[in-house]
Design a protein around this ligand. Structure first.
Ligand code: HAM
Length: 411
């Protein structure tokens, strides 16, 4: 068998590991600053958790879930998204006693999509949710937090916030019926993919990238006509808040999101730097979902961002976290090596040694890796119990006793 990884999966190492570590660090800090509690849920759940909330007719449920029968015949699914598992965890662990609940998590999701740049079958998401309030301030807080996180990780990238409101579930239902009727009449002019969605999921025709669909959609009924005054005011308040905070946005009445549980506010941060997989972060309200899953009838809102897509836009990170290399000329000096390693470990000074007893090879490795300092142990150092430290940037070499090293490296 030829050794290979599964299509749509990838190994993360080197530069990308460093980028992911930085993303996690920034996200965790921002979460702390905004008082979100971290939660981790299992990678698989009972399949029935997902089908209804995400939509029996959504692409994710129809074609993309990794589901399998466990040995006891129970159907399990690798989580395709994090919102439903988070709600499940909040309900089963009684976390909804004190509201609002603000939680976040990072982790792997699985969808059997057609892989392409920015779209994978195993990918990582950052996810933030607030359960238990319908105050527009929560919508605003989450959008602002998303903007803040993206800006902190990607100071040199351009992305733009797209906003829409879908109204409450009953308005949305009415709107979907109107859309179905509208598209039915124009069925022959739609793409094959959209034809299939006329009855089941007409909203998705609105955000199709196909030119024929875009043409037909341009005259489709506008969602704004179906939205209650209360919902309109909720949306207006969010927009006023964004204006007040000077966060730019575009109002996009065709923004509908891919999962079925949404209503009211929906939003996406999009970039033009990634080709067709251009959404960095997406989310919205899902009032009603927590009740559908067996919890109390409380509202919820959240977003998720794709770590791989963010990472693709990041500048390279500095890989030089090693402070000193060791260079040893002979096996005879092993006790000295152990001493210096013990000293460096105890003083939290990062070090590297290539297990070679060859000054030239160790020095050239340090030069290649652009390391600043090398600690040298040769005959003179061993016999007279001192260490030579060379600064590779200046070429200057100093003789030091062990207890002088820390201060020297820190100065
Ligand atoms: P989503 O739009 O399906 O929403 O995914 C959110 C983000 O995850 C996308 O904008 C994208 O950056 C990333 N993403 C999705 N699929 C892939 C893929 N196949 N490969 C790489 N990245 C991907 C949700 O998942 C909702 N649960 C978000 C949410 C949270 N809504 C409310 N709370």
């Amino acid at each position: 068998m030829k050794l290979r990884s599964v299509r749509g999966t990838h190994d993360i190492f080197g530069e990308n590991i460093r980028k992911n570590a930085l993303i996690e660090k920034i996200v965790t800090r921002k979460a702390e600053l905004n008082s979100f509690q971290k939660i981790e849920t299992p990678i698989f759940e009972f399949s029935e958790l997902f089908a209804k909330p995400l939509g029996e007719q959504s692409d994710v449920v129809l074609k993309e879930m990794y589901s399998f029968k466990d040995r006891n015949e129970e159907m399990l699914t690798l989580r395709p998204e994090y919102t439903t598992p988070m709600i499940r965890a909040a309900i089963t662990n009684n976390l909804l006693n004190e509201l609002p609940l603000k939680i976040f998590g990072l982790g792997a999701m699985f969808r059997r999509e057609r892989p392409q740049k920015g779209r994978y079958r195993q990918f990582n998401q950052i996810n933030f949710e607030i359960f238990g309030t319908n105050d527009f301030m929560a919508d605003l807080e989450l959008i602002v937090l998303g903007n803040d996180i993206l800006k902190s990780i990607l100071p040199n990238s351009k992305f733009i916030l797209n906003l829409n409101t879908l109204g409450q579930k009953n308005n949305l239902k009415e709107y979907k019926n109107k859309l179905t009727n509208y598209f039915k009449d124009k069925k022959e002019k739609l793409s094959d993919e959209s034809k299939e969605k006329i009855l089941s999921n007409p909203l998705r025709i609105l955000d199709s990238n196909n030119d024929k669909d875009i043409m037909i959609s341009s005259n489709a009924p506008n969602i704004q006509e179906f939205i209650s005054t209360e919902e309109k005011n909720h949306f207006l308040d969010i927009k006023k808040g964004l204006d007040f905070l000077k966060i730019k946005y575009v109002e996009n009445n065709k923004l509908v999101r891919g999962l079925d549980y949404y209503c009211s506010t929906v939003f996406e941060f999009k970039t033009s730097e990634l080709g067709s997989q251009n959404t960095l972060l997406g989310g919205g309200r899902y009032d009603g979902l927590i009740g559908v899953l067996g919890g109390p009838d409380i509202p919820g809102i959240g977003w998720a961002a794709g770590i791989e897509r963010i990472s693709m836009l990041m500048n390279s990170t500095n890989s030089n976290f090693t402070k000193v290399h060791l260079a040893i000329s002979d096996k005879k000096y092993r006790s000295q090596i152990q001493n210096i390693m013990k000293y460096l470990r105890e003083n939290n000074i990062s070090f590297y040694w290539n297990y070679k007893y060859n000054l030239k090879k160790s020095l050239s490795k340090a030069n290649f890796n652009k390391i600043e300092y090398v600690i040298i142990i040769g005959e003179d150092e061993f016999n007279n119990n001192f260490y030579s430290i060379r600064n590779l940037n200046t070429g200057k070499q100093s003789k030091l006793n062990e207890n002088e090293i820390k201060k020297f490296l820190n100065d």
